[in-house]
Design a protein around this ligand. Structure first.
Ligand code: GAF
Length: 411
C-alpha cells in the first residue's frame, strides 16, 4: 500500500508521452501543442476561497496533460485516455454552438473552457484534444481543475496566445485564466466552486506553498521543504465520496452568503477575529458555526504562513488539526472515513492532520516525521480494518511545479 514518492518531472514526462502517443494513434500525426496542469493539496484554508479569504495550496506531481491540434472546421473533438489505455471519445461539438447544459460528464470541463474562451473573444476555430493524466479522480485533489487548466493553456496556445510568449504584453495572465477556468466550472458544468483549485494548478511552484489572498489577488510563494525538517506530508485518499457532496457544498456556500448579507458585509472575510463575538451575536443560530469556521480558518492560514516564513515548519501541526476540528464540528463537511484517518494518524504520532479540499469524502493529509511513516500508515489501515472499511490509498506529496508546456520526446 505504500507508494514511492514520485517526482514532478517523471510523472509529467510519462503523462505527456502517453498523451502524445494517444494523439498520434488517433489522428495519425503529432499534436501541435501539449500542456499539462497538476492536481493540488490545500495545506490549510478550506472553504475560505468563496468567502474572499486566504488559502495555502501546493501542486502535486500528478498532472493532466492535453495534447492538441487546431482544426479549421469549427469542431471540438474530445478524447480522454484512462490508465488502462482505453480511449473514451465524446460526441463532437461545434465551438460556435457551445452552450451551458449541452455537454455533460467529463467532456463538460474541456468544453466549458472552450465556451468561456470563445465568450472572452479568444479566436478559436475547432480543435482535436487528447487528454491523459494521473491525477486521482474523485479524491478531492482537483482533477477537474487540472483538466480545465491544461485545456485552457492548450487552446490559448492554438489561438496564438501561449502563456509562455516572449513578450510580457502578449502573455495572458495566469490569474485571469484561473478565473476563466472557474467560470467554466461554475457556469458551464454547474458546480459553484471557488477559485482555489484553478489558481493552485496554474500558479504553484515546486518546493513552495502558495499563499493566496482571494480578495486582493495577492500571491506569495512560501518555501515548504518538509524533508529539510525530517518531515513528510502524507496524503491519504479515503476512496470515498458521499452522494451529498455537491448539494452539501452549495448549501454551505449559500449559508455564507446569507450570513454576509445578515451582517451587511461583502463577504465573511470582512469579519475579523476580534469582531467575531459581536458578529456571531447578530446571526441566527444556524449560521453561527459557518462564520466561526471561516474567521478562525483565515486566522489559522495566517499563523501557518507566519510559522513557515520563520522556518518553524514543525510547529504547524496543531493548526492543521484545529482546521480539521473546525471543518468537522462547525462547517460539518468531514466524514466518518476522514475523521478516522485524522484520529488514527494523530494517535500514531502525526504532528497534525486534517481533511483537504471540499470534504464529504476525498482525501486527508498528515504532517509526520519521516521515520514514522510506516507506523502511521499501519495504524490507519488497522482503524479501517476494525470497522470493516475498504483500505485508503497513501502517497507522499512533494510540492511540485504548476501548469506548463510539456516537452515529451517523440522517439
Ligand atoms: C473545492 C472547491 F473547488 C474549492 O473552490 C474550495 O472551495 C474547496 O473545495 C474548499 O476549500 O475544492
Amino acid at each position: 500500500h505504500i507508494e514511492e514518492p514520485s517526482t514532478a518531472s517523471a510523472d509529467s514526462a510519462v503523462a505527456a508521452q502517453r498523451a502524445v502517443a494517444a494523439f498520434q494513434a488517433r489522428y495519425g500525426r503529432a499534436p501541435d501543442v501539449c500542456w499539462g496542469a497538476p492536481g493540488r493539496v490545500n495545506l490549510i484554508g478550506e472553504h475560505t476561497d468563496y468567502n474572499d479569504g486566504f488559502v495555502l495550496p501546493f501542486a502535486l506531481p500528478h498532472r493532466t496533460v492535453v495534447a492538441a491540434s487546431a482544426r479549421d472546421d469549427g469542431l471540438l473533438n474530445l478524447t480522454t485516455v484512462g490508465s488502462d489505455g482505453r480511449p473514451q471519445v465524446a460526441e463532437p461539438v461545434r465551438v460556435d454552438e457551445l452552450a451551458p447544459g449541452q455537454v455533460t460528464g467529463w467532456a463538460a470541463y474541456p468544453a466549458g473552457v472552450a465556451w468561456v474562451l470563445r465568450e472572452e473573444g479568444v479566436p478559436l476555430g475547432g480543435a482535436d484534444l487528447v487528454i491523459c493524466g494521473d491525477v486521482p479522480t474523485g479524491a478531492g485533489l482537483s482533477s477537474s481543475a487540472a483538466l480545465e487548466c491544461a485545456t485552457a493553456l492548450s487552446l490559448l496556445d492554438l489561438a496564438g496566445r501561449p502563456v509562455d510568449a516572449a513578450g510580457e504584453a502578449e502573455r495572458p495572465d495566469l490569474t485571469l485564466i484561473a478565473r476563466w477556468a472557474q467560470r467554466a466550472e461554475n457556469d458551464f458544468v454547474g458546480a459553484p466552486t471557488g477559485v482555489l483549485d484553478q489558481t493552485a494548478s496554474l500558479c504553484c511552484t515546486a518546493a513552495h506553498v502558495l499563499f493566496l489572498d482571494v480578495r486582493s489577488g495577492e500571491q506569495i510563494q512560501v518555501p515548504f521543504d518538509t524533508a529539510a525538517h525530517g518531515l513528510r506530508l502524507l496524503v491519504i485518499d479515503t476512496r470515498t465520496r458521499h452522494a451529498h457532496s455537491e448539494s452539501g457544498y452549495g448549501e454551505r456556500r449559500r449559508g455564507c452568503v446569507a450570513a454576509a448579507e445578515a451582517l451587511r458585509v461583502g463577504s465573511l472575510r470582512e469579519v475579523t477575529r476580534d469582531g467575531l463575538d459581536a458578529a456571531t451575536a447578530r446571526l441566527p443560530e444556524e449560521l453561527r458555526p459557518l462564520l466561526r469556521h471561516v474567521v478562525t480558518e483565515n486566522a489559522r492560514v495566517e499563523s501557518v504562513v507566519e510559522s513557515l516564513r520563520a522556518g518553524r515548519l514543525d510547529t504547524i501541526g496543531p493548526l492543521l488539526t484545529a482546521s480539521h476540528e473546525s471543518l468537522r464540528d462547525d462547517y460539518r463537511v468531514s466524514s466518518t472515513e476522514l475523521d478516522l484517518v485524522v484520529d488514527a494518524a494523530l494517535a500514531a504520532g502525526a504532528l497534525g492532520a486534517r481533511m483537504t479540499g471540499g470534504g464529504f469524502g476525498g482525501s486527508a493529509i498528515a504532517l509526520i516525521r519521516s521515520a514514522a511513516q510506516a507506523e502511521i500508515e499501519e495504524s490507519i489501515i488497522a482503524a479501517f480494518d476494525e470497522r470493516g472499511l475498504a483500505h485508503p490509498r497513501f502517497f507522499m506529496a512533494l510540492p511540485s511545479a504548476g501548469a506548463g508546456r510539456e516537452e515529451p520526446s517523440t522517439d
